[in-house]
Design a binder for this molecule. Sequence first.
Ligand SMILES: Cc1ncc(COP(=O)(O)O)c(C=O)c1O
Length: 374
Amino acid sequence: MLFTDLPTPQALVDRTRLVANIDRMQKEADAHGVRLRPHAKTHKIPMVARWQVDRGAAGICCAKVGEAEVFAAGGIEDIRLPYPVNPRNAPRLLALMESCRVSIIVDHPAVARGWSDAMCAAEVTLDVLVKVDVGSHRCGIDPAGPQALEFLRLVSGLPGLRLRGLLSHAGHCYGAESEQGLRDNAREEAELLGRLADTARADGIPIDEISVGATPTARFSVAEPGVTEVRPGTYAYFDRTQVALGAAALEDCAFTVLAMVVSKPARDRIVLDCGSKTLSSDQPHGPWRPTGYGAVFADLDGTAIATDLEIARLSEEHAVVTATSGSTPLEPGDLVRVLPNHVCPVSNLVDCVRLVEGREIVDTLAVAARGKIA
Ligand SMILES: Cc1ncc(COP(=O)(O)O)c(C=O)c1O
C-alpha cells in the first residue's frame, strides 16, 4: 500500500533514514568509547528502542514512570529516568525494578531522603545520579554553589541509594547561534560536571558516570574528556529545529506529517488538515530564525522545502499556509508533507506511525507510550 492511499493527516517515518540516524549516533559514541543511552521520549515506540539497544545502546531514557512501564513491558532491560520523579511514585518504581534496571536523578534533599526511605522500607537499592544545572536553569543543583558538595555527600550517604554519578541536559543549547556555540555548550557542560566530579572524588565520593545529553550537542559531547554517556533523543527522527541548528541535514529527517489541502480561500492561501492537534504549537529554534509551524515540502518525496510556503497560523484542525510568492498551484485534495518544528510532541499526538520506504508503507508501529505523561 502507498502512503498516498491513507486518510490524512498521518505520521510517516522513513525507515532508511531512521535506521541511518540510529547507526550514525551509535558509531559516534562507539568511536569515543562513550555509552549511548537514547531518550525514548521522541519515538515512544518499544520496537524502535529495541533497534537502538540491538545496535549498541546501553539502555534508554524515559521521562515519566508511565513511559518506562511501556518500554519495560516491551522488553527493554535498562531504563534511566533523567526527570525529577517524586517518591510518591515509589510503589510503581519498585514494580518496575522487578523487570528491569532502573536509575533516576535527584536534585533536592527532601526528594533524595524520600527515595531513601522508600528503598529502605522495600529493602532494595536504587541507582541515582545527581542532576546538575549546566545553564538551562530548569532543574538540577548549581555546580558552583556552596551546597553542591554538601548535597553529593548527603546522597552518597543515604541508605537505599547508590550514587552513580552526575547527569545534565544542556537544554539552553537550543538557543545556540552557531556550530561553535554548540561546541562551546558541550565543552562547558563537560567541564562543569568534570570539576564537580573532581571535587566529589577528592572528598571520597565515587563518581563513576558523567551523563550528558541533547541532540544538538551530542556529536561534540562524545569527544569531551570525562563524559561516559550521551542521551540524545530527537536524533532518531530529527526535525526542522535540528536542521536549523545544523545538527542534521534535511535528508536526515525521518519523520514527516502527510497532510491534505482542504481549502483554498485565496490564490495565496491554502488550508491543510494538520492543526495544532497534529503539529503541536511549538516554535522552531535556530540561528537562521525559521518562522511558521513547520516546513512544507515541495514534493511528496520529501527532498526539498517549498520555501515560498509558510505555515503562518494553526487552529486545532487547520494549518493556514501563505504563499509568499502570491500564489500556489496546490488545490483542495492535493497532498503535502510537512516537517515539524519539534518532532517529540508531534509523535506523542498520534496512535501510530507508518513506516515507509519511498511511498510504500512497510509497517505500522503503535506509539505505545504516547500520552504516558504520568
Ligand atoms: C533530561 C534530558 N535528557 C536528554 C534529552 C534529549 O535531548 P534532545 O531532545 O535534544 O534529544 C532531554 C530532552 O528533553 C532531556 O530533558
